[in-house]
Design a binder for this molecule. Structure first.
Ligand code: SF4
Length: 363
């Protein structure tokens, strides 16, 4: 199939094969890919004048982690110095600050800490929900759920049901990186496999827990593995029960290498360029024909590139990311407050609209 035929296939929202996506990625000019991404965004979003954004706050439950991801400068092994666990008093203070800024969602992330039991998360979630009834918890991720289930000898369903009962509102797609076990074994030896990640999400979708999907790229993965990642997400989304949330959004970001073990092991790695990010985001819009929202990652690519992606398939500018730690500790130093994020969207020619975690506008 030639490029024109593939463009038409994309506009008909048909499923692409890995080979077709690789061919597009390697041969289509960037302006063509962007134009296609933009057209598809219009098909999915109908009103394309708006770009969503959200006020939420990252809080790391703990930096103690046994996963040993080679791209992570943030975690500490249980026997290493510098490990911490966020205290209840600190949560209270951070939530008050979040509410003062007008936000109501905590993005709770953390390491795979062997000292934490499921009951600890249940206690934390229910205490925070009791003290702050308006609070939304976008928390943990498939890797933590799989880790907890294994340690507690529970199924993913039982683990998720208990977390939901304690106050979990939505499950971030953290820890996906690239859904290929060849890559995962090399860069995240202690994390769940690709199939385990997908299975936790499959169960979350059955329970109608809103979820997001992510991809970190630009390290040791091949182009084929990136495209496989997209196809696995698309095929999982197809399996969600009718009317359930499934993956509400997809967020691609680039590997940040500064000072990481992966950089030391692979000095040949070059972080993804701006052109590569724009192209990958547009390809994601083409491949993910059943995921409505695509969020750009200004935190890793910067404001200007993020603005460009709004014309290449992205319809969301994400969060003001109060206190992000993982990619920030590996070289991502961009920051934006609520005023700046709205200004960036306007500057790009769109109307900023504040949204909640379910991508519903709330302004
Ligand atoms: S990225 Fe997350 S799971 Fe991996 S080592 Fe860092 S804290 Fe642990």
């Amino acid at each position: 199939m030639g490029l024109e035929q593939l463009y038409n296939k994309a506009l008909r929202l048909e499923d692409f094969t890995i080979e077709e996506l690789v061919f597009l990625y390697q041969n289509a000019p960037t302006p063509d890919l962007m134009a296609l991404g933009h057209e598809l965004r219009k098909i999915h979003k109908r009103d394309d004048r708006y770009v969503g954004w959200i006020i939420d706050r990252n809080v790391n439950i703990t930096n103690i982690c046994v996963a040993g991801c080679k791209f992570c400068n943030f975690s500490r092994h249980p026997r290493e110095e510098g490990g911490y666990v966020t205290t209840l008093q600190e949560y209270r203070q951070k939530i008050k600050e979040l509410f003062e800024l007008g936000g109501d969602q905590l993005l709770l992330q953390g390491g795979l800490n062997p000292r934490f039991r499921l009951a600890d998360y249940e206690g934390l979630f229910s205490t925070l929900k009791e003290e702050f009834p308006g609070l939304k918890l976008h928390a943990l991720g498939p890797a933590e759920v799989a880790y907890l289930a294994r340690r507690e000898k529970l199924t993913y369903r039982q683990t998720l049901e208990r977390l939901i009962a304690a106050g979990l509102d939505s499950l971030p797609g953290a820890g996906a990186e690239i859904l290929s076990d060849r890559v995962r074994r090399q860069v995240s030896p202690g994390k769940c496999s690709a199939e385990e990640w997908l299975e936790v999400m499959r169960v979350a979708h059955k329970l109608n827990l809103p979820t997001s999907a992510t991809m970190m790229f630009g390290f040791i993965e091949t182009i084929e593995e990136r495209m496989l990642h997209l196809i696995l997400l698309r095929d999982l989304q197809k399996q969600k029960p009718e009317g359930h949330y499934g993956f509400i959004t997809f967020v691609p970001w680039t590997f940040q290498s500064d000072g990481t073990e992966l950089e030391r092991e692979h000095p040949e790695i070059r972080e993804a360029s701006a052109d590569e990010y724009v192209r990958m985001l547009a390809i994601a819009r083409i491949a993910l024909n059943n995921i409505e929202n695509i969020q750009t990652s200004w935190l890793t690519v910067g404001k200007e590139i993020a603005q460009i992606t709004l014309y290449g398939g992205a319809n969301d500018f994400g969060s003001i990311m109060i206190e992000e730690n993982v990619v920030s500790s590996a070289g991502a130093h961009y920051s934006m407050n609520a005023g700046q994020i709205q200004e960036a969207i306007r500057e790009a020619g769109f109307i900023p609209r504040r949204r909640n975690q379910k991508y519903e506008f709330i302004d």
